[in-house]
Design a protein around this ligand. Structure first.
Ligand code: GDP
Ligand code: IMO
Ligand code: MG
Length: 427
């Protein structure tokens, strides 16, 4: 049975939550493979909106196994709040599993995230403040604490004591913060362990067994390709690997197991936080996209920066992820526009660039070259079949497919499950 990776094609918030929830109906397991509570994935069922930070977006079905994988950095406080809040709304968490290898976000990670951003001043990244960067740094420096450590008090106390000495030195000497007491963290985290222990498992084995038994697995990426620490617009990125290749390491499966990759793109572009954004619109059209698209961060509430679709960026994303097809969301947000622009090249000085670059200097300096497409000025929110789409919308989609050299198989025209047009069956 297929294993499909669903990946953000831009700078995050492409609608991964909506598409995961929609595809989840036809699959058996949904796996989050990287990132942490910096993610905010919105799922709308009837008139109920759920914003998920750590729990996979398949949780609203009661017969799907939902896995938080090995490369996720997990803030147990936020996870428990998320579990409690969705349990209160009648959702069963019986099918949630958490990898014993997932690293823990500790209180000092969140404090350091804030202070490091302040210290960077005008070079700040605009992080979500959820301690993600510092948690991945500790993982790589081999001083992180993992989910499994919570069940070995002696080991947890010993390793925390060692790490905390060093963290407190930085906090006190550089940032003039009072630092943290080991005893307080131990009490707090062992309390979390009690609440989470029923969910902890060897999740890579669960996924392996499911694939062996011909069950269907969907890997749900967080963030987006351009936020990948290696392939994104470094240094304005997150600290993990949202790209499709990240699913292998992040969930503990081999590349031969992955059968297809579905990229999720908005019909335009958004970005939260700092960093270059060639097609950004600081005008009334940008404001129109923000207002019509409800472009405010699902995790931090920050207004998202909005701009035209960047087809160069998208073609790069198709390449880096080996995308088999794409889902285009929020087409409806363009419904009222007279003219829609698509970026097909960049001009840097006298040079015309036709392939995307992650060099932030070039991205910052460049002037986008646009193709104009006439708007369709028709409400698409009720469209269920491709044939019902206005001619202009079809032409927009076909043009983008031509430039990015990949098929758009799903079109989303609203936040609800039913507001989806399937061109080619993906699951
Ligand atoms: P994610 O992080 O990729 O899961 O995306 P977010 O949930 O952060 O942001 C996407 C937002 O767009 C959410 O508020 C969704 O409910 C909403 N959304 C998703 N698809 C569509 C669509 O096709 N049209 C409109 N208008 N809204 C959508
Ligand atoms: P989802 O999964 C959009 C951005 C932050 C910042 C940069 C680094 O909902 O698409 P971090 O806190 O990760 O160290 O911040 O990454 N960022 C996101 N932007 N959607 C997200 O997740 C994001 N997660 C992180 O705004 O620019
Ligand atoms: Mg989001």
């Amino acid at each position: 049975m297929p294993a499909i990776v669903l990946v953000g094609a831009q700078w995050g918030d492409e609608g991964k939550g909506k598409v995961t929830d929609m595809l989840a109906e036809g699959v058996d397991l949904i796996v989050r493979y990287q990132g942490g509570s910096n993610a905010g994935h919105t799922v709308m069922v009837d008139n109920e909106e759920y914003v998920l930070h750590l729990i996979p977006s398949g949780i609203l079905y009661d017969d799907k196994l939902c896995i938080i994988g090995d490369d996720v950095v997990l803030d147990p406080k936020i996870l428990i709040e998320e579990i409690d809040s969705i349990k209160c709304r009648g959702v069963s968490l019986d099918n949630l599993r958490i990898s014993c290898n997932a690293h823990l976000v500790m209180p000092y990670h969140k404090t350091l995230d804030r202070f490091e951003e302040e210290l960077k001043g005008k070079h700040r990244l605009g992080t979500t403040g959820r301690g993600i960067g510092p948690a991945y740094v500790d993982k790589m420096a081999r001083v992180g604490l993992r989910m499994s450590d919570l069940f070995d008090r002696e080991e947890f106390e010993g390793r925390l004591g060692h790490t905390l000495k060093y963290k407190n030195l930085i906090l006190r000497e550089i940032f003039k913060h009072e630092g943290f007491e080991a005893a307080d963290i131990i009490d707090e985290y062992l309390g979390y362990a009690e609440k989470l222990k029923e969910y902890v498992a060897d999740t890579s084995l669960l996924i392996h067994n499911a694939l062996r038994d011909e069950r269907f697995v969907l890997f749900e990426g967080a963030q987006g390709t351009l936020l990948d620490v290696t392939h994104g617009t470094y240094p304005y990125v997150t600290s993990s690997h949202p790209v499709a290749g990240g699913a292998c390491v992040g969930a503990g499966i081999g590349p031969t197991k992955i059968s297809r990759v579905l990229g999720i793109t908005k019909a335009y572009t958004t970005r939260v936080g700092e960093g270059p954004f060639p097609t950004e619109l600081n005008d009334e059209i940008g404001e129109h996209l923000r207002k019509t698209g409800g472009e405010f961060g699902a995790t931090t509430g920050r207004p998202r920066r909005c701009g035209w679709l960047d087809a160069l960026l998208l073609r790069y994303s198709v390449r880096i992820n080996g995308m088999s097809a794409l889902a285009m969301t929020k087409l409806d947000v363009l419904d009222e526009l007279d003219v829609i622009k698509v970026c097909v090249g960049y001009k840097v000085g006298n040079e015309v660039i036709s392939e995307f670059t992650t060099d932030f200097r070039k991205l910052r300096e460049c002037t986008p070259i646009y193709e104009d497409i006439p708007g369709w000025k028709t409400d698409t929110r009720g469209v269920k079949d491709y044939r019902e789409l206005p001619k202009g919308a079809k032409s927009y989609i076909r043009n983008i497919e031509r430039i990015i050299k990949a098929p758009i198989s799903i079109i989303s025209v609203g936040p609800r499950r039913a507001q989806t047009v399937i061109l080619r069956k993906f699951v």
